[in-house]
Ligand binder design. Structure first.
Ligand SMILES: [Zn+2]
Length: 428
């Protein structure tokens, strides 16, 4: 009886709404009008992409038919390209909420919000995301549920909560002390030893990447500005410990000196890097720290300033940050630092992620090709997954999208994705 029940459950889960899970070894043929196999290569002419068991198995010139049981998808009028990668999202968050919700909304509810946002995100063409800041278990649950196909969504690389200083961005703040104590996510640390321990705890809990808040942040109630929070020895301990465990470090950092300190400590990416100047950009270049500019976060904050949505503390930090739009990206690009695509979705509405491309081009001076590479080949490398995702090639995951027009001449075409396949599953 128990076996029958679990069998029934498995059957039900495989037909979850929004996921069409192909039967084992079913072959799908995509007839593509144009194909961008790699953002750094010219697009090629009509081709047939063969997908079996969630993987790309062949790319054949022209439109060919496979075995008669194969399903054929007509994308003959479309440009087909690798699924997009967003290196910075918060699936469990929606914009404009009251910070006091933290004391009201359960972690379970937040995870269901995350499931909804995972669907919205993958429908927008993002087949991989890095979730940088969630409840203690929620980000991992979403990661595992999408990987198993229980819910439709992107491949998720999850950090769990950010490691933060006491009273800093990422700690509970804005509440009276006893309430803050009750809401504590046990994610803060003081001194190199404690910070190394936090990294090991998060590793043990299942983190794929370590997220830290190296400086103050805009949307928290902490009123200590946007400058450096962790000390240099703390940053070094975090980075060395994470790297010893094979984990990369993504550092939220706003102020120029905060970005510089994080880069010098060897973090793998500086998230936002809003005020990065020439010296900070040089430090990023020197230590191989990628910049993830999250311009959509600034756009999202800008849309909400002056509307009584944010508290005065947040409003002041928001105005300071929004005025910087594109400046740091230009500095980082001029110094030759690596630029990875990330948006901070959750600060603005999930599903608008691709709006970042136009901001990178219009405000940051990137070419459409550079912008597309930042969300495919470059992002895949930053995730250590460049032999699995970011390109359309045999052996790669079948993460494939299609758009009208040519994204290499107009990146706004990426804001209207018409077809999405994630790990071989067609998202309806
Ligand atoms: Zn963020």
């Amino acid at each position: 009886m128990r076996m029958m029940l679990s069998g029934l459950m498995a059957a039900t889960l495989l037909t979850a709404p929004g996921v069409s899970a192909p039967a084992a070894a079913q072959t799908i043929l995509l007839h593509a009008g144009r194909v961008i196999t790699d953002a750094n290569q010219p697009a090629t002419g009509p081709a047939t992409i063969t997908v079996t068991d969630g993987k790309i198995t062949a790319i054949t010139p022209g439109f060919v038919d496979g075995p008669k049981e194969a399903r054929v998808i007509d994308l003959k009028t479309k440009t087909v390209l690798p699924g997009l990668i967003d290196l910075h999202v918060h699936l469990q968050s929606n914009p404009g909420g009251d910070y006091r919700d933290e004391a009201v909304v359960s972690d379970d509810f937040a995870t269901l919000v995350g499931a909804r946002n995972a669907l919205i995100t993958v429908k927008a063409g993002f087949t991989t995301v890095r979730d940088l800041g969630s409840t203690r278990q929620g980000g991992f649950a979403l990661r595992d549920a999408t990987a198993k196909g229980l819910i439709p969504g992107p491949r998720i690389i999850a950090s769990g909560p950010a490691v933060s200083i006491i009273g800093g961005h990422g700690d509970v703040n804005g509440f009276r002390e006893d309430v803050a104590h009750a809401l504590d996510a046990h994610n803060t640390c003081t001194g190199p030893v404690e910070c190394a321990a936090r990294v090991r705890e998060f590793s043990k809990a299942g983190a794929d990447v370590i997220k830290i808040t190296a400086t103050g942040g805009v949307l928290s109630q902490q009123g200590r500005g946007l400058g450096q929070h962790f000390t240099d020895p703390e940053l070094k301990a975090i980075v060395d410990t994470a790297h010893s465990l094979g984990l990369r470090v993504a550092a939220h950092a706003h102020s120029a000196r905060g970005v510089e300190a994080a880069a010098r400590a060897g973090v793998d990416s500086a998230e936002h890097a809003t005020f990065a100047d020439v010296a900070a950009a040089k430090a990023m270049k020197a230590s191989g720290t990628a910049m993830v500019p999250t311009l959509m976060a600034l756009a999202g904050v800008k849309e909400r300033l002056g509307k009584g949505i944010y508290t005065p503390t947040v409003e002041a930090k928001g105005r300071e940050a929004v005025a910087q739009m594109g400046k740091a990206l230009k500095a980082a690009k001029a110094e030759g630092a690596t630029i990875g695509f990330g948006t901070d979705a959750g600060v603005f509405e999930h599903g608008r992620n691709a709006g970042e491309f136009a901001l990178m081009v219009e405000w940051g001076g990137m070419t459409p090709r550079e912008a597309l590479a930042s969300a495919t080949t470059v992002a895949a490398k930053l995730l250590d997954k460049d032999t699995e995702i970011g390109r359309i090639a045999p052996g790669y995951a079948a993460d494939i999208i299609a758009v009208d027009g040519d994204p290499l001449s107009d990146v706004r075409t990426l804001e209207q994705v018409g077809f999405v396949m994630a790990r071989g599953r067609i998202i309806d």
